[in-house]
Write a protein that binds this ligand. Structure first.
Ligand SMILES: CN1c2c(nc(N)[nH]c2=O)NC[C@@H]1CNc1ccc(C(=O)N[C@@H](CCC(=O)N[C@@H](CCC(=O)N[C@@H](CCC(=O)O)C(=O)O)C(=O)O)C(=O)O)cc1
Ligand SMILES: N[C@@H](CCS)C(=O)O
Ligand SMILES: [Zn+2]
Length: 770
């Protein structure tokens, strides 16, 4: 390498790519529908990328100094890496051209499936609410450089006048996040293919260098996690091999290894011993490392601006941390976001309905870039040069900590007075007897998870109401009519425990945030959840309480329509926290208990209104599990306790359900038992009832509804298939414990497949009862 360019003093690890108004979602979905061509989609995307680069320079990043990450993705960054290295699952090989490359349509087909070809699996990305497409790797995977899209994007930036920094998931993380392909032999480990994968990365790096790239970013969060399927020594050995081999190549851009979401710990000395030129440290989640030989030759990139949350934070603390980092080695220090900013919305100033005070406490992606530019100035010109910004940040933080609502004495008194009794219900045996007498349910009771299809009509009616085009009375009557239909449908199908279908909810967390004190919701604060789907995480800024009942009216109305028991439907405290941006000025456990008490109040009112079954959903229980093993016990303790606090006020005769999905729950099965819900419905169909073995092995003795219908696909399961799943469950779990239900809510499905699937479920259940 000739005269290496220095690492930029201020940078970010990645930027939201969906567009301020979800332009990418609209363009991609239009392409899927055939309304626009691939070329038109490429044009919209190129415009988005160009606008992002321009904006990042306006906000203070160095446009010619490799500070702007090329972190765009049409759908998912892991899928991008897979198609780059030629890892097309065998069932999609028909999508490949003679060079083994797939085009844009093929790329989406791998993500979404086609006909009989199931899509690649999707699972959560570290401890975030982002979901990636899981690569499938086997001995047969023919690694080769199959896409040079990243090189083309770099060239596009150059043509725009910039020198940017291409970003790709690094080889170790890529393999750690992969699963064994269908054709792989039992026990095959994707990481065993590292030696075959590295030459492809080397070729890609050479191509980027040839195009002029000074720096490339390889994302390696796999190195911070202790929760992936390989032992630590294997991971460290792989990291050493990967970065020694890539580092020793001379014809490459300088390598920046990014390690977000926690500290690198023992992976840091490993990287320090290789030739990579820069390493990022997540100094928000992780702590400052000790002096490590080898680091003096690297640029240490301090991730001091939280990429995973929206608070403005304390810039002085960030500046102090950077100083301490500088003290660690004699090399260069730079400032960055702790993670990619893909986890936060675009712009606080794009929120017309938030108060100026709340906005002054917040930093979304644009504001965070501004903070990084400020800290970079401080690194170069000294603290004095940014004293005004440091003072403004300190003032905003002081204002936040003293604001009414952030400390509500009534809420504080309530949590302070909690005793052990508040976390426990009566004996399970007594509950079973009381519920049997109250509910009179058949063997193998059938139910659904809560939501029925959120049709375009429902979303349009809500949009009309929000815009003021229809009155509240009109909107409510529309919802009641929807509920009448859903109840009639469930009675016709023959379900035993009915639901209202959740038509009034825009989102299972945002709806609660709108009805609790201590929260605000955003108008445009979209954050990508997966592919073209996004959510608007709520802002949990203050002490939480519930001013008035809000689900009771809907549940009571529904119960008035039927003789069958209606299940009230709440979102649990852990999930509300996991899917919101949560205040960072007190332990999560304290905030979780406040939310739990707000839910407890709602449960008391539901009981009062005659609702005998109440479900408290905790799909995100597994999601917040810390990446470091040492932190997991404490998390499971407070999360389980908050669920228990929310439900322990219920009478013995009230049947408490919970529901878990979106993860594999085997590792937290003891925590699930400890929730002490009377009935737990859990995603199982998608993994062909695998979880049932864990349930049996754990001695789980409460009600359990392993899902028999994979609601992630429009496929209607046949009676025979469902019967087989029921038989598997009954082979492991006593029939007296078993409930029959789908894997999850039906909100993303259409009515046709929903009706057909539920009808088949009932037919299979009747046969099993016989
Ligand atoms: C279940 N999951 C959830 C997570 N987090 C949550 N907070 N909520 C969740 O449900 N995390 C894990 C998973 C992630 N899975 C999903 C699945 C599906 C979506 C999704 O489909 N999102 C929609 C947006 C949903 C929504 O909030 N809708 C609003 C309306 C917003 C809107 O787009 N309005 C239109 C106008 C409507 C019209 O005229 O048709 C507009 O503004 O243009 C609502 O219903 O009121 C998505 O489109 O991405 C997300 C996560
Ligand atoms: N009650 C919710 C749970 C989703 S995880 C639903 O049915 O959509
Ligand atoms: Zn679910």
């Amino acid at each position: 390498m000739s005269t290496p360019a220095p690492f930029p003093t201020g940078t970010i690890l990645g930027y939201p790519r969906i567009g301020r108004r979800r332009e990418l979602k609209r363009a991609v979905e239009s392409f899927w529908k055939g309304d626009i061509t691939a070329a038109e989609l490429e044009r919209v995307s190129a415009e988005l990328r160009a606008a992002t680069r321009d904006r990042l320079v306006e906000l203070g990043l160095d446009g010619r100094g490799s500070a702007i990450p090329e972190s765009f993705s049409y759908y998912d960054q892991v899928l991008d890496a897979a198609v780059t290295v030629g890892a097309t699952p065998a069932r999609f090989s028909y999508l490949e051209d003679a060079e083994g490359a797939v085009d844009l349509a093929g790329y989406f087909t791998i993500a979404r499936g086609e006909g009989e070809h199931l899509p690649v699996e999707m699972t959560k990305w570290f401890d975030t609410n982002y979901h990636y497409s899981v690569p499938e790797i086997g001995p047969e995977t023919n690694f080769h450089l199959a896409s040079t899209r990243l090189v083309a994007q770099y060239a596009e930036a150059v043509a725009q006048g910039y020198v940017t920094r291409p970003v790709i998931v690094g080889p170790v993380t890529f393999l750690l996040l992969s699963k064994a392909s269908e054709d792989a032999p039992e026990g095959f480990r994707p990481l065993s293919r590292l030696a075959d994968l590295l030459p492809v990365y080397r070729e890609l790096l050479r191509a980027l260098r040839a195009a002029g790239a000074e720096w490339v970013q390889l994302d390696e969060p796999g190195l911070v996690s202790e929760s992936l399927n390989e032992d630590r020594l294997t991971v460290l050995t792989a990291a050493e091999k990967a970065y020694r081999e890539l580092g020793d190549d001379t014809d490459r851009p300088q390598i920046f290894v990014a390690a977000p979401y926690a500290s690198l710990d023992d992976a840091l000395p490993v990287l320090a011993g290789t030739a990579v030129e820069a390493i990022s440290l997540d100094l928000v989640r992780g702590s400052l490392p000790e002096f490590t030989p080898g680091l003096e030759a690297k640029t240490l990139v301090g991730g001091v601006v939280d990429g995973h949350n929206v608070w403005r934070g304390d810039l002085t603390v960030a500046a102090d941390t950077l100083e301490a980092l500088r003290g660690l080695g004699s090399g260069a220090v730079a400032v960055a976001s702790s993670t990619s900013l893909q986890h936060v919305p675009h712009d606080v100033n794009d929120e017309p309905y938030l108060s100026d005070q709340l906005k002054s406490w917040l930093a979304f992606a644009e504001q965070k870039v501004g903070q990084i530019a400020t800290l970079a100035t401080g690194l170069v010109n000294g603290r004095g040069s940014i004293s005004a910004e440091l003072a403004a940040s300190a003032a905003a933080l002081a204002d936040r900590l003293a604001a009414p609502g952030v400390h509500d004495p009534v809420v504080r008194a309530r949590t302070a007075a909690l005793t052990a009794d508040d976390f426990s219900r009566g004996e399970y045996a007594a509950r079973v007897a009381a519920q049997a007498a109250a509910l009179n349910l058949p063997d193998l009771p059938t139910t659904t998870i809560g939501s029925f299809p959120q049709t375009g009509d429902i979303r349009r009616a809500r949009a009309s109401f929000v815009r003021g085009d229809i009155t509240e009375a009109q909107y409510n009557e529309f919802l009641r009519e929807e509920i009448r239909r859903v109840v009639a449908l469930q009675e016709e199908i023959g379900l035993d425990v009915l639901v209202h279908g959740e038509p009034e909810r825009n989102d299972m967390v945002q709806y609660f945030a709108e009805n609790f004190d201590g929260f605000d919701v955003t108008q445009n604060g979209w954050v990508q959840s997966y592919g073209t789907r996004a959510t608007r995480p709520s802002l949990l800024w203050g002490d939480v309480s519930r001013p008035a009942p809000f689900t009771v009216e809907w549940s009571a109305f529904t119960q008035s329509l039927t003789e069958k028991p209606v299940k009230g439907m709440l979102t649990g405290p852990v999930t509300i926290l996991a899917w919101s941006f949560v205040r960072d000025d007190q332990p999560l456990a304290e905030t979780a208990n406040q939310v739990a008490l707000a839910l407890r109040d709602e449960i008391a009112d539901l009981e009062e209104a005659g609702i005998g079954i109440i479900q408290v959903d905790e799909p995100a229980l597994r999601e917040l599990l810390p990446l470091k093993v040492a932190d997991q016990a404490d998390y499971l303790d407070w999360s389980v306790n908050s669920f228990r606090l929310s439900t322990a006020g219920a009478a013995d005769a009230t049947q408490i359900h919970t529901h878990l999905c979106y993860s594999e729950f085997g590792v937290v099965i003891d925590a699930i038992r400890a929730l002490d819900a009377d009935v737990t419905s859990i995603e199982a169909a998608r993994s062909k009832m695998e979880v049932v073995h864990d349930i049996k092995a754990s001695g789980f003795d409460h009600g359990i509804g392993p899902g028999v219908y994979d609601i992630h696909s429009p496929r209607v399961p046949s009676v025979a298939e469902i019967s087989e799943l029921i038989a598997t469950a009954l082979g492991e779990i006593p029939a007296s414990q078993v409930w029959i239900n789908p894997d999850c809510g039906l909100k993303t499905r259409g009515y046709e497949e929903t009706t057909a699937s539920l009808t088949n479920i009932l037919e299979a259940t009747r046969a099993a009862r016989g």
